[in-house]
Design a protein around this ligand. Structure first.
Ligand SMILES: Nc1ncnc2c1ncn2[C@@H]1O[C@H](COP(=O)(O)OP(=O)(O)O)[C@@H](O)[C@H]1O
Ligand SMILES: [Mg+2]
Length: 362
């Protein structure tokens, strides 16, 4: 009897990173690692510290949350080679340099330098297949002003919005604020263009709180987006796939606070998730249709979570934002929505790796 030789692929999970979402990434990555089908993939783990040091971590994935991996004694300086003849990582061992070939990378990183196209640019140079959107799409989806511009041009309904950079704002402050008030009307949402986890976001009710909101947002980014308030239910749709991307079940968030701020997201147990969303089926279908339309308009591949509001008065679906590397913890919406659509966590990871390798071949 002849047994086929199972060709294990080398999968590299990148975790941590320099963004404010470093710790979420460590938790996400440990769940991803636990769910990688071990009969198909060898796992390598590359950790990035908050100050940007890169290490190959050869210990247990349970040490990722809380950055316990850093004290494990099992870390060795390593980098991804941009040389596409290497197609892998270079590990700086005490006794010399080791080159490990990698078949697929999953950058389980959120926010700046992980989700914004910079890491994706390096991976494109390296020629190694990687999970998720390419550099251009990642960058467009990270910047809320660019995302909104592209959504407008694709005819995707969203709140009225404007954007400014700090230098322009400071030069024409009163004129700008009056224009914002006239065009958007209170309440107004103020957001840093590039952030995440609701950091730097405020809801302004009048001129005084609007000015404060601008200051808070400018602490996070030089570019700020202002949006008209949408009185709606918050819903999220997971999209999976490359050219033939499919929408998953629509989920809903009921924030514990006035809006889904940082506290409501991570610290307040009273925020609730509903899967499927508690909205009529016709509206769920519309969310799914617009999720795929947005995904395509922004050039996404692999995966993204597309977030919308469904207005309370007339059930209109309005785009809010897109996340190209959504959370992957046990309680995160993206894997839960896929699971509800019949794709369990381990199969999801396998599919994401396969999608990455298929796209790279094209
Ligand atoms: N235009 C808006 N109208 C009403 N609520 C909003 C609006 N924009 C944002 N929010 C609230 O703020 C939260 C965070 O905003 P979001 O754009 O999703 O930023 P982040 O990328 O930080 O998640 C949303 O989940 C929602 O609760
Ligand atoms: Mg959001």
């Amino acid at each position: 009897m002849v047994f086929g030789v199972i060709d294990l692929k080398n999968a590299l999970i990148i975790f941590g990173g320099v963004s404010s979402e470093h710790s979420v990434s460590c938790v996400s990555a440990s769940y991803v690692i636990n769910n990688v089908p071990k009969d198909k993939y060898n796992i390598y783990k590359l950790g990035i510290t908050t100050d940007g040091k890169w290490y190959l971590f050869e210990g247990d994935s349970s040490l990722l949350p809380g950055d316990k991996w850093l004290e494990s004694g099992k870390i060795t300086k390593a980098i991804i080679s941009p040389d596409r003849n290497d197609k892998g990582i270079i590990v700086f061992r005490e006794n010399g340099i080791e080159n490990i070939k990698i078949d697929v990378v999953f950058p389980v990183l959120h926010g700046m330098n992980g989700e914004d196209g910079t890491m994706q640019g390096l991976l494109e140079l390296s020629g190694i297949p990687f999970v998720g959107c390419d550099a251009l799409s990642s960058a467009c989806c990270m910047d809320k002003a660019v995302t909104n511009t592209l959504a407008d041009s694709a005819g995707i309904p969203q709140a009225k919005w404007i954007s400014t950079i700090k230098e322009d704002y400071l030069k024409t402050k009163d004129e700008f604020l009056s224009k914002a008030e006239d065009y958007l009307c209170y309440p107004i949402f103020v957001k840093p263009a590039n952030a995440g986890s609701s950091v730097g976001i405020s809801k302004a009710a009048d001129r005084r709180t609007l000015e404060e909101a601008m200051e808070i947002a400018f602490k996070e980014d030089n570019k700020v987006v202002l949006e008209a308030f949408v009185d709606g239910y918050e819903v999220e749709c997971a999209v999976l796939g490359n050219y033939d991307a499919q929408p998953m079940t629509v989920g809903q968030i009921k924030p514990a606070n006035d809006f889904y701020d940082y506290e409501a997201k991570y610290e307040n147990d009273n925020s609730e998730l509903y899967i499927p969303a508690r909205i009529p089926e016709t509206q769920q279908k519309e969310v799914q249709r617009l999720a795929v339309k947005t995904y395509k308009a922004l050039g996404c591949a692999g995966l993204s979570r597309v977030d919308f509001f469904v207005t309370k008065d007339d059930g209109k679906v309005m785009f809010n934002e897109i996340n190209t590397l959504p959370g992957f913890t046990s309680i995160s919406m993206y894997p839960k929505l896929c699971e509800h659509s019949g794709i369990p966590y381990d199969e999801l990871i396998d599919r994401l790796f396969t999608l990455a390798m298929e796209r790279n071949r094209r």
